[in-house]
Design a protein. Structure first.
Length: 270
């Protein structure tokens, strides 16, 4: 097994500045080993011996495709169905329970990764509003590779962690033949979802307005100013009285008052 080249502090600083410029991610000094492990495979791909050589590739002209590879490698994080389940209980029991029957309901999963959050939301909406009601879930991420996984909606059975058995039976199809050992999100759920690549640190594309936005476990990588800009940008996409839900390890305390705290990690647009 060929080991990844070592990285100097100066080289690491170059990548810290680059990923901050592109994605607003403040890569802590403690993440140096992670960067070496993830980007080392690209050095091997090109037959490079130093990170400086790779930096010249991703920062040079015509680097868009390789730059996307780099972003995908540095921003992909583990997720699972019904992660931080209290948020989905709040969605079901406090938001959807008060939603006027027959009215559209739209949710944005703004850092959707491989799609488990999107389909968890879809299952809750189908359960509470009905699979044929007018609702939608938009999933976005900066990484094209995780969006490709999310769009497919196909997962190995060992990814059912946190997924209630009744939802697995009702909203998932067991894989057969070449897909044996996997499950597919049912077409009636996937028909309510759509996906797009979005960089939260730039001007947002036309997305429409949402009743709820999930922005979970991504702001831990942002500094305070980037957090403020991102939250204020997303808040403009909420309908009046809409909710912004962030990760359990995150807080908007001292960041912005454009949304008001309902309870820890759950905020509401006045």
């Amino acid at each position: 097994m060929i080991e990844s080249p070592n990285i100097t502090n100066a080289e690491f600083a170059q990548f810290q500045k680059l990923i901050y410029k592109i994605a607003g991610i403040s890569l802590a000094d403690s993440k140096q080993v992670l960067l070496v492990g993830r980007l080392g495979r690209r050095l091997k791909h090109y037959g490079l011996s130093t990170f400086s050589e790779y930096y010249r590739i991703v920062s040079g002209p015509g680097a868009e495709e390789e730059l996307q590879h780099m972003v995908d490698l540095l921003t992909t994080n583990e997720t699972y169905f019904f992660r931080e389940e209290k948020h989905f209980e709040f969605l079901a029991n406090s938001i959807l329970a008060k939603h006027p029957p027959g009215q559209p309901f739209d949710v944005w999963s703004a850092a959707s990764s491989t799609g488990e959050e999107i389909y968890t939301i879809a299952m809750v909406l189908a359960d509470k509003l009905g699979a044929h009601a007018t609702w939608s879930v938009t999933g976005s991420d900066i990484s094209q590779s995780v969006l490709a996984v999310a769009k497919r909606g196909l997962y190995w059975l060992d990814r059912t962690r946190g997924l209630p058995k009744e939802y697995l039976r009702k909203y998932c199809l067991k894989g057969v033949r070449e897909n044996e050992g996997s499950f597919l999100i049912a077409p009636e759920l996937r028909s309510h979802t759509h996906f797009m690549q979005v960089n939260l640190n730039t001007t947002l594309p036309k997305l429409g307005k949402f009743n709820v936005i999930f922005l979970r476990n991504v702001m831990i990588y942002f500094d305070a100013d980037t957090k403020r800009q991102v939250v204020e940008r997303l808040a403009r996409q909420l309908l009046p009285g809409g909710y912004l839900i962030i990760g359990h390890s995150e807080s908007l305390n001292g960041i912005t008052d454009c949304v008001k705290s309902v309870q820890p990690t759950i905020y509401k647009l006045p």
